[in-house]
Design a protein around this ligand. Sequence first.
Ligand code: NDP
Ligand code: GDR
Length: 333
Amino acid sequence: MSNIALITGITGQDGSYLAEFLLEKGYQVHGCFRRSSTNAFERIEHLQDKIELHCTDLLDQASLERLVAKVKPTEVYNLAAQSFVGSSWDQPILTAEVTGLGVTRLLEAIRMVDTSIRFYQASSSEMFGKVHETPQRETTPLHPRSPYGVAKAYGHWMTINYRESYDMYACGGILFNHESPRRGLEFVTRKISDAVARIKLGLATEVRLGNLDARRDWGFAGDYVEAMWLMLQQDQPVDYVIGTGETYRVGDFVQIAFDRVGLNWENHVVIDPKFYRPAEVDLLLADPKKAQEELNWTPQMPFQELVERMVDHDLQRLSAQASTSLNVLRKSA
Ligand code: NDP
Ligand code: GDR
């Protein structure tokens, strides 16, 4: 029987890398997108003739059931979420509906259609929140510090509950921060790489940031989608922590990014309290030993290379945009 994957959140950063990875493995790939008045397909444009897309929202139970019954997937990867921690204080109810209850809606759809479908839930290190133990591992107590983290903790426990109640192959990958040139512009890493490129090209003079002392365990998204897949290929469904085992300050990211283009960050970074969070997660550091031993998974891209790749990508992208605009101006002159 051929492998059929259904990916929710396929238009997001991870969805696009996972779709590429599964196509390489010979999977038939289906993805869900939600209706929008603008084009949200930028990250998967290059895959459009290789994947099948379905318009479904995690808020809509009936459409999820119809979709699972129609696609008959062997594996479901639930990556869709209101994924920006900052927005979760502005929209706590929506975050709970999508990021939390959305998991239960999808699990119910699978339970109604076929309990042999394997299920991956995109759980998050944000669930650890307040520091009780470092490095953080699978058994570290959860103490989420944002409405997003609370919603993810609910989704994680529902995944475990369906595994224990219905004997389903369902597992939660507790992934630490992972970034790439496809990262959304609101997340701090991409906000920095985009700003550094703009400043270097003379399109901006400063970037306004919040807490530079927060520490994160940052890896490359392309490495992390392999771990998602590996979790669904085991004999038993098990939850794993996925991270690099190294932690850096937001300020370290800033320094490396500005160094890459030969600028002094202190001349361009403005601290703006608007970007402080009501409750901060001060330190995330993964202990990925279990995944290394049982899944044989290790991250490939070092931190410095990740930062530099993101800056290089944004420089190239913005330079290309600037020269296209210049050509248009020249032609119309
Ligand atoms: P993105 O924000 O890039 O992608 C989120 C996806 O969810 C998008 O495709 C978005 O669609 C979709 N989505 C949002 N709301 C709905 C909805 N109501 N119904 C259907 N789809 C919806 O996130 P990432 O790719 O970075 O992350 C993937 C998953 O992993 C998320 O669940 C995230 O919370 C989780 N996670 C991410 C980590 C990271 O560091 N990247 C770490 C740990 C967990 P649209 O394009 O229309 O907005
Ligand atoms: P995070 O990522 O909240 O860890 O969630 P984000 O990049 O938004 O923040 C990381 C840290 O940087 C600090 N920070 C700022 N953050 C943003 N966005 N903008 C700023 O200007 C800024 N200045 C400082 C934040 O306070 C924070 O400490 C990500 C998401 O991908 C989640 O979906 C995922 O679950 C977790 O990672 C693991």
